[in-house]
Design a protein around this ligand. Structure first.
Ligand code: ADP
Ligand code: ZN
Length: 219
């Protein structure tokens, strides 16, 4: 059983790797962004409160995030581990997590800026179903059209080189103190560095599993 946190900049492949690790390692992935998107579909005071931050691109306040995380974590079956994606985003959140669960390992994805810019600026998303494509590496069968549902593909307005660089900078600033916090606690790190644009996800996933085995956190 393993309790892990995965850190990686936008476009680092974090979501893709986490979902593959979910089936391969038998853990539950908790992505706080997804949890909030789910909450926002409801018509509750909490949904309204969350919406007022997320829609402005602001972090949801720590007390709300921590409460939501607690409730989500309580649903993990006994004996099953987890990978957190998108949490913690502040040292305060990291401290609160300590009271909820023991963290065994930090998985850190290191991706050079040029690769992120290249990946995200060629990314296209289906308007209808949200499927993600890439006009260089993962082309749809018909240009501009979703393979799965025939919906139109669009480019996110923040997937432009200038905005991407800004997003990476904000990410680094937010994450640095949290990584330092875990380093100081002596929690082991598995660091995976992406060196090429063409690297298939399986390579990263296998390396991460190797790291988990070395730490005797998985079989
Ligand atoms: P992004 O990578 O674009 O930030 P996420 O899916 O991780 O996307 O999160 C979407 C939004 O949900 C964030 O912009 C933020 O408003 C909120 N959110 C997610 N996780 C947290 C967290 N740990 N603390 C505060 N806000 C969060
Ligand atoms: Zn689609």
């Amino acid at each position: 059983m393993v309790n892990a946190i995965i850190f990686g900049a936008p476009g680092s492949g974090k979501g893709t790797y986490a979902s593959r690790l979910q089936s391969k390692v038998g853990v539950e992935v908790i992505a706080t962004g997804d949890v909030f998107r789910e909450i926002m579909r409801e018509e509750t005071p909490l949904a309204q409160r969350v919406r007022s931050y997320v829609e402005k691109g602001l972090l949801v306040p720590d007390d709300v995030v921590i409460e939501v995380l607690k409730q989500r974590m309580a649903k993990i079956p006994k004996g099953k581990g987890f990978i957190l994606d998108g949490y913690p985003r502040t040292v305060e959140q990291a401290k609160a997590l300590e009271k909820i669960a023991k963290i065994d390992v930090i998985i850190r994805l290191i991706v050079p800026e040029w690769i992120i810019v290249e990946r995200l600026s060629t990314r296209r998303i289906c308007k209808n179903c949200g499927e993600v494509y890439n006009i260089r590496f993962l082309k749809p069968k018909v240009e501009g059209i979703c393979d799965k549902c025939g919906g139109q593909l669009y480019q996110r307005s923040d997937d432009t080189p200038e905005v991407i660089k800004k997003r990476i900078e904000v990410y680094e600033q937010q994450t640095q103190p949290i990584l330092e916090y875990y380093k100081a606690k002596g929690i082991p790190f598995i660091e995976f560095k992406t060196e090429s644009l063409e690297m298939p996800p399986e390579v990263a996933v296998e390396e991460i599993i190797k790291g988990l085995k070395k730490l005797k956190l998985t079989q």
